[in-house]
Design a protein around this ligand. Structure first.
Ligand SMILES: NC(=O)c1ccc[n+]([C@@H]2O[C@H](COP(=O)([O-])OP(=O)(O)OC[C@H]3O[C@@H](n4cnc5c(N)ncnc54)[C@H](O)[C@@H]3O)[C@@H](O)[C@H]2O)c1
Ligand SMILES: O=C(O)[C@H](O)CO
Length: 320
């Protein structure tokens, strides 16, 4: 088989680097690091395959990559790729659905519990030496079990959150989708409703949507106003699905009780962002899938995808 040129943004686990090197010529260069930018720019014009995550691949990058055949994203979200530009050039894009579903759902459920039971705030209370007498009700949290959770983005991750909520915590689950979704094992626990009903009836709203032109800014001031008073927002999709200023206003007016956020419009979250220190925001550094096991599984799948595509085979993880 012809050896091709593969550009890797960041070192993969050793065994996956070895698989790539056995088949192809490999360059490692991270376009986001100033000290590696030159190497990236030098390798791009001859690259047949790219593999990595969270770097924006648009027309300006593609114009400098005339030999590119396949891009393997180590993520399920593909909002940082210019899909029409890739399609127009006949470049295949693959991603890593499925292998991160359960871990990401764990993270979102952890955020949900932490936000409602004030876990981070109260752990800091102990750490800061403030636990000098029994806490009073000013530090009580709110129940999770039995409350209603509304899920926007009822795909793999949304349904995995629903399973945790319904089967583990006795929570009725609402979702809003273009069509009714079959959920084996969850019959009687989940209900498809209108967007209005989901906003009005949910104690928690969990976002597990892709970022698209349709979902950008979906959670805006009027949707926050339509949410139940005292509800909690959990965002595990992409930051830009939420209007962050409107979210801050809804928290400050007291209409929303809290927010648990794994993703932000700008990442890393800028030092000046009020979301960093807001007393009712639990902010995580985009760790939905960040466990040793899951990141390894994502690297293996992304390597499989690229090796298949460069060998002229069709991977099962092509982005349609
Ligand atoms: N926080 C993290 O680290 C992390 C990890 C993995 C995925 N994600 C995000 O989660 C997203 C979902 O991943 P998934 O594997 O569950 O994808 P998926 O495709 O299985 O699910 C997404 C669901 O959203 C639905 N949807 C799309 N547009 C909608 C709209 N306007 N209104 C209502 N529903 C809509 C789709 O029909 C689909 O059912 C990814 O695209 C990514 O952005 C984040
Ligand atoms: O989309 C994904 O897979 C996660 O957000 C990691 O980038």
């Amino acid at each position: 088989m012809t050896r091709k040129n593969v550009l890797v943004f960041r070192e993969l686990p050793d065994d996956q680097m070895a698989r790539l090197r056995a088949a192809h010529e490999v360059t490692v260069a991270n376009p986001k690091r100033a000290d590696q930018r030159k190497a990236f720019d030098a390798a791009l014009p001859t690259a047949h395959g790219l593999i990595g995550a969270s770097y924006s691949i648009d027309e300006t990058v593609l114009a400098r990559a005339p030999r590119l055949e396949a891009v393997s994203s180590i993520s399920v979200g593909v909002d940082n790729y210019d899909l029409p530009a890739l399609r127009q050039r006949g470049i295949v894009l693959t991603h890593t659905p499925g292998v991160l579903t359960e871990t990401t759902a764990d993270t979102l459920f952890a955020l949900l519990i932490a936000s409602s039971r004030r876990i981070v705030e109260l752990a800091n209370h102990v750490r800061d030496g403030q636990w000098t007498h029994n806490i009073d009700e000013s530090l009580f949290g709110w129940d999770v079990h039995g409350k209603t959770v509304g899920i926007l983005g009822f795909g793999r991750i949304g349904q995995a959150v629903a399973r945790r909520a319904a089967l583990g915590f006795g929570m009725p689950v609402l979702y809003h989708h273009r069509r009714e979704v079959e959920c084996p094992g969850l019959e009687g626990h989940v209900k498809a409703v209108s967007m209005e009903a989901l906003l009005a009836e949910s104690d928690f709203i969990v976002l597990a949507l892709p970022l698209t032109e349709e979902t950008r800014g979906l959670m805006n001031a009027s949707r926050f106003a339509a949410m139940k008073r005292g509800a909690i927002l959990i965002n595990g999709s992409r930051g830009a699905v939420v209007d962050e200023e409107a979210l801050l206003a809804a928290l400050d007016h007291g209409h929303l009780r809290a927010a648990g956020l794994d993703v932000f419009a700008v990442e890393p979250l800028p030092q000046a962002s009020p979301l960093r220190r807001h007393p009712r925001v639990t902010a995580l550094p985009h760790i939905g899938s960040a466990t040793h096991e899951t990141r390894y599984a994502m690297a293996v799948l992304a390597t499989d995808n690229l090796l298949q595509e460069l060998a002229g085979e069709r991977s099962e993880c092509r982005v349609p």
